[in-house]
Design a protein around this ligand. Structure first.
Ligand code: NAG
Ligand code: NAG
Length: 320
């Protein structure tokens, strides 16, 4: 009798756990951002680039009048200036830095992207960050430099957070220490294995979908190329809900463990989209990237090389 009731109890607990975990993987659409809605969801920040890029981030009216952002139908373009020659002691190349006014904690964000900035010296990023860096964390969803594929996903935190090197992800762990500071800003990184995840390769197939799920116990990032046969229906259709339980193994998985109490390291986050040139990463990697001359000279003197330095977003959807 005792053993029957205890196994019934175990079964009940197991079913309850399944129900709870299934519920945790289901989210409802809270914000659908398409075309001109990007101008409502995001603020333009004409700030100095803390990563010392050869960039001049412009305000909203300048961006719109110079057609650096353009919204029509289901298209939102964000680009750099590709017509101006720059004087070596003047400001950098005009570009755009967007931040959502809303912040998000437990959520899923899905980006449908047709094109990302390409060209020598480019450093595009789609990421999330808390108000108090690094203590409230940073999650870099799409980032890379100088057209080098594949994509790198990185988490940055305050002190006391590292990741196991072996975990349930398809990408490869590059670094395991998430703790970051102004002096050491590598973070814990995961490199995708799919070259289509970044730069000219991504653009040549018409891009694809990026998704990030953040809960109190993990961060996961997925990428599906446009031509993939395994894009989940709820990702492709951008409907009223998503169930991440059906999305398969992510490219990058950052679990909460005894080495990192993730929830205490991640605050409410804004989504940021920006495009800089050279600077701390693209500039440092430039000479080994197969790109000509010096990064800053190239950016100053070759405007037409930045004609393809643009994002084309079909949508950004947030589920909570
Ligand atoms: C602005 O950019 C968009 C997207 O690249 C383009 O279709 C449009 O023709 C441009 N408008 C002007 C006035 O150049
Ligand atoms: C984007 O802007 C942030 C500052 O908000 C900066 O730290 C980062 O390096 C920039 N990245 C790119 C790719 O412009």
């Amino acid at each position: 009798m005792a053993s029957t009731s205890s196994s019934l109890m175990q079964l009940a607990l197991y079913l309850l756990a399944c129900a709870l975990s299934a519920r945790a993987e289901s989210y409802s659409l809270s914000s659908s951002v398409v075309g001109t809605q990007f101008n409502d969801a995001f603020e333009y920040q004409a700030i100095a680039d803390p990563s010392h890029g050869r960039v001049n981030y412009v305000d909203a009216s300048t961006a719109k009048s110079k057609n650096l952002t353009y919204a029509h139908g289901d298209t939102f373009i964000l680009r750099a200036d590709h017509t101006s020659y720059l004087s070596s002691n003047g400001p950098g190349r005009d570009s755009v830095h967007l931040t959502t006014t809303a912040t998000y904690s437990t959520h899923v964000v899905v980006f449908d992207i047709r094109h990302m900035p390409q060209g020598c010296g480019t450093w595009p990023a789609v990421w999330e960050v808390g108000a108090d860096w690094p203590n409230e964390g940073e999650i870099d969803i799409i980032e890379g430099v100088n057209d080098a594929s594949p994509n790198q996903v990185t988490v940055h935190t305050g002190s006391g957070c590292s990741m196991p090197s072996e975990r349930a992800q398809t990408g490869s762990t590059t670094t395991t220490t998430c703790t970051s500071s102004n002096g050491d800003n590598s973070g814990c990184g995961v490199r995708d294995k799919d070259d289509d995840s970044f730069g000219p390769d991504f653009n040549s197939i018409g891009g694809g979908w990026y998704a990030m799920e953040r809960t109190s116990s993990f961060v996961k990032v997925w990428f599906w190329p446009r031509n993939s046969g395994s894009v989940p229906g709820d990702v492709r259709n951008g409907g009223s809900g998503v169930d991440t339980g059906g999305w398969g193994t992510p490219v990058a998985y950052f679990p909460s463990t005894s080495q990192c109490d993730l929830e205490s390291h991640l605050g409410p986050m804004s989504v940021i989209i920006n495009l800089t040139f050279c600077g701390d990463w693209a500039g440092a990697a430039y000479s080994n990237s197969g790109c000509p001359g010096s990064c800053v000279d190239y950016v100053n003197n070759n405007p037409s090389a930045f004609a393809d330095a643009y994002f084309d977003f079909a949508s950004m959807r947030i589920y909570e």
